[in-house]
Design a protein around this ligand. Structure first.
Ligand code: SF4
Ligand code: SF4
Length: 221
């Protein structure tokens, strides 16, 4: 019969214990795969039905199917289950490390660094928004002159391809995440609100700088 076999040298339970959770033959008090005292996955061959699903789920390719002689009698299975139960009870419980309590000085330092980071993020949004506004103005084409005909047609001051400007704005918003990562800003701490803020500031400065350039060029024409 075919059963799963763990190649211990490849099993990395610190990264996962997917096979333990995934094995469809496991029951609450009767696991087919469990994490042993050596912190490696272990298969109870007598309970494994050889479905091979764990082989596909293992990210480390640490599970293979092997052929063993036919099933052992039920009494041996019961003994094996009892052994597993005992081993599980004896295994040291993995608990999360306690959170480090910050001293008042550390709290102030953390607040300060968060404040500096916020200023830096705002500066980046403003800078990119401004650059995007200028690039948008130059890329969107020559603005229509302000003449009576153009005013009547509602096209006075309109540029040929304003859509280019919108695409440039989107790029300026999207690249901020990569820029933050380069600057070692922890993006995982940024929530929806923070990203909305970044987008809004970029949009506002983009809009102001583009309309400023547009007005200046029309007035000087
Ligand atoms: S899925 Fe693979 S790496 Fe993860 S615990 Fe099981 S055997 Fe180990
Ligand atoms: S082969 Fe199937 S029954 Fe056996 S350990 Fe893997 S998932 Fe569980």
């Amino acid at each position: 019969m075919q059963v799963a076999h763990i190649r211990k040298e490849l099993c990395n339970t610190a990264m996962c214990n997917r096979c333990v959770k995934f094995c469809p033959a496991s029951r609450k008090n009767q696991p087919v795969i469990f994490i042993g005292r050596n912190k490696k996955a272990t298969v109870v061959e007598e309970l494994c039905n050889g479905c091979g699903k764990c082989v596909k789920i293992c990210p480390e390719k640490a599970i293979e199917m092997i052929t063993i002689p036919d099933k052992t009698p039920d009494t041996e299975i019961d003994t094996k289950i009892e052994d597993i139960e005992q081993e599980k009870e004896e295994a040291p419980k993995q608990t999360a490390p306690p959170k480090k309590k910050l001293t008042p000085e550390e709290k102030i330092a953390e607040k300060k660094s968060r404040h500096v980071e916020r200023i830096l993020r705002t500066g980046i949004a403003c800078g990119l928004g401004m650059i995007a506004g200028l690039v948008s103005f130059y890329m969107a084409g020559t603005p229509n002159p302000i003449t009576a005909e153009m005013i009547d047609a509602g096209l006075a001051g309109v540029q040929a391809t304003p859509i280019v400007g919108i695409l440039i704005l989107l790029v300026a918003i999207v690249i901020q995440k990569s820029l933050f990562m380069v600057l070692k800003i922890d993006v995982s701490k940024l929530g929806k609100k923070d990203w909305f803020y970044q987008g809004f500031i970029t949009f506002a400065t983009w809009y102001l700088s583009w309309t400023f350039m547009l007005s200046t060029s029309l007035l000087s024409a």
